[in-house]
Design a protein around this ligand. Structure first.
Ligand code: MF3
Ligand code: CO
Length: 264
């Protein structure tokens, strides 16, 4: 069952998203040569607590950190580690889910360590993934069906010639990090439940520069591409509203947190 959030729940989720987006604004300068992914995780843990956010990851199925930090061919669920130090040119995907007064926001962003030119194929790939997410978000509107989101993401990913990872998906979100429905990043449009105002989704395309096959590495968490190709992951929490999709995990330019979120 897909839960419909009332005004109060939506306001808290918007606040969670706004605060979390604020934490992410501090991350680019942290992603530098020599920094370990464990140090990044500690920094995020401190920032969550400074902002009154509760980590939804730490303790989830025995997970011991507040973020997932996935490097290069790691797609998602990279486990922060003292021994994993960033090198120039690395692609770092940081994923954090946290709650404000009982309601969650889930967000992931990519960062390159050091400068990567605009026409570098790895940067083009990253920008394609971000566009694929935006294409999916655009379909999160009243009257559409769930797989309109899936199909829009797949269309954009494959337009770039990239692979869509099949083994993981986006999800509903609310009091819990993972709620119904599961939102695949591929498939035919026009299927599944009708979208209604008050539904909130975490949309998260996962892409590869090569084949889409992945495996879980021997730490039992980190998901990697089988062919070693570069992987991307980006995620936003999006509310379906009468006025259209409202992105809760991007800071609004016009100020107050209760009305935060960019409208597409
Ligand atoms: N935030 C991730 C997601 O998008 C979940 C991470 S799993 C965890 O679904 F155990 F690491 F929290
Ligand atoms: Co998620």
């Amino acid at each position: 069952m897909i839960s419909i959030k009332n005004e109060e729940a939506l306001a808290r989720m918007a606040m969670a998203g706004d605060l979390l987006a604020g934490v992410f604004e501090k991350l680019p300068s942290m992603c530098c040569e020599g920094c370990s992914t464990a140090e990044l995780d500690s920094f995020i843990e401190q920032e969550l607590s400074n902002n009154g956010l509760l980590s939804m990851m730490k303790g989830y199925m025995g997970y011991g950190h507040v973020s997932c930090i996935s490097l290069n061919d790691e797609v998602v669920h990279g486990v922060p580690c003292e021994k994993k130090k960033l090198n120039t040119g690395d692609l770092v995907k940081i994923d954090v889910c946290a709650a404000y007064r009982g309601y969650c926001a889930d967000m992931a962003r990519p960062y390159f360590v050091g400068f990567v030119a605009e026409d570098n194929p790895r940067r083009v790939f990253v920008e394609f993934a971000q566009r694929a997410l935006d294409e999916g978000i655009r379909e999160a509107r009243v009257g559409n069906r769930l797989t309109d989101i899936s199909a829009a993401i797949q269309r954009e990913v494959e337009r770039g010639g990239y692979g869509v990872v099949r083994d993981f998906a986006g999800h509903g979100i609310g009091r819990r990090m993972h709620e119904d429905p599961e939102i695949l990043n591929y498939g035919k449009s026009g299927r599944g439940p009708l979208l209604e105002a008050g539904m909130v989704f975490a949309l998260e395309p996962m892409l590869t520069m090569g084949g889409y096959a992945v495996y879980v590495s021997d730490d039992n968490w980190t998901v990697k591409t089988i062919d070693g190709s570069l992987a991307m992951h980006v995620e936003d929490t999006v509310a379906v509203t009468k006025e259209g999709p409202k992105i809760l995990t991007r800071k609004s330019t016009c100020g107050t947190s209760m009305v935060s979120g960019d409208r597409l």
